[in-house]
Design a binder for this molecule. Structure first.
Ligand code: UDP
Length: 237
């Protein structure tokens, strides 16, 4: 049985602890919700539990589809065991449909679908507000090599296909999402972090109602009720 040891890192939505096994970390999902790069912040009882359950479900689904990731197992309602990776400081965003910052920045109406999904990179650096960057910036900043950039794009598009199909079964449209990847000691790049309504835009397939963190960002209602709905629907597929 793996043992939890000291706190390694506290993020906005998760705490990471080292364990007695050097290749494994212990994650605790918190109830904190943040938006606008931390300017908006609230404690929402039940949120950590829901994100842990949804992320665990999705990682297990991805395993069945042959996608490698850092998730090892769910330990409790709010905790997971994960493989230790060195996180690549990129937010890899994939967009199937225009929304959020894309719509705002480029004046494209929310809900406009793209025939080819768009992959974007953001430099994960809170002090700079996670700026949008392109492939050449990634190379110049020595964040990843060209072959790794290409690999990230292939991986995110493949994960998109699997997630679209998974959410379709739950009568949910996958609008866009953000992924993070990490390097294992042998250099292999695997999916890390979380996949949840905090990191994906999910719209009801029939009504297009928001089933994600936009509920909190835009003050549209009760986030916990909505995340519960997502979990319940996923558990039926
Ligand atoms: N996203 C995220 N973390 C971030 C920024 C974005 O998980 O720090 C997700 C967000 O939930 C959405 C997608 O990435 O599913 C695209 O977000 P966008 O660039 O539209 O930014 P936003 O409108 O959230 O500011």
């Amino acid at each position: 049985m793996t043992e939890k040891r000291e706190l390694l890192y506290e993020g906005k939505a998760k705490k990471l602890y080292v364990t007695d096994e050097k290749e494994l970390l212990w994650v605790e999902y918190l109830n904190q919700a943040t938006a606008l790069n931390g300017l908006k912040k609230n404690e929402i009882a039940g949120k950590g539990e829901l994100n842990n359950q949804i992320t665990s479900f999705i990682f297990e689904y991805l395993s069945k589809k042959g996608i490698r990731h850092h998730f090892v197992k769910k330990l409790s309602k709010t905790e997971q065991l994960i493989q230790k990776v060195k996180i690549i400081p990129l937010e890899v965003v994939l967009r199937n449909v225009a929304a959020g910052s894309f719509s705002k920045r480029l004046g494209v109406k929310e809900g406009t679908p793209f025939s080819l999904p768009i992959v974007e990179f953001y430099f994960k650096e809170d002090a700079l507000d996670d700026p949008f960057i392109n492939d050449e910036h990634v190379l110049a900043l020595k964040i990843a090599k060209q072959a790794e950039i290409d690999l990230l794009k292939v991986k995110v598009r493949k994960i998109n296909k699997v997630l679209i199909e998974m959410f379709q079964k739950a009568k949910i449209r996958l609008i866009d999402f953000k992924l993070e990847f990490g390097r294992l000691p042998d250099g292999a790049i695997i999916l890390a972090d979380e996949v949840s309504p905090d990191t994906c835009r999910l719209w009801d397939a029939k009504t297009n109602e928001h089933l994600d963190k936009d509920i909190y960002r835009r003050d549209l209602g009760d986030l916990v009720l909505v995340y519960q709905k997502v979990l319940e629907r996923l558990l039926t597929i």
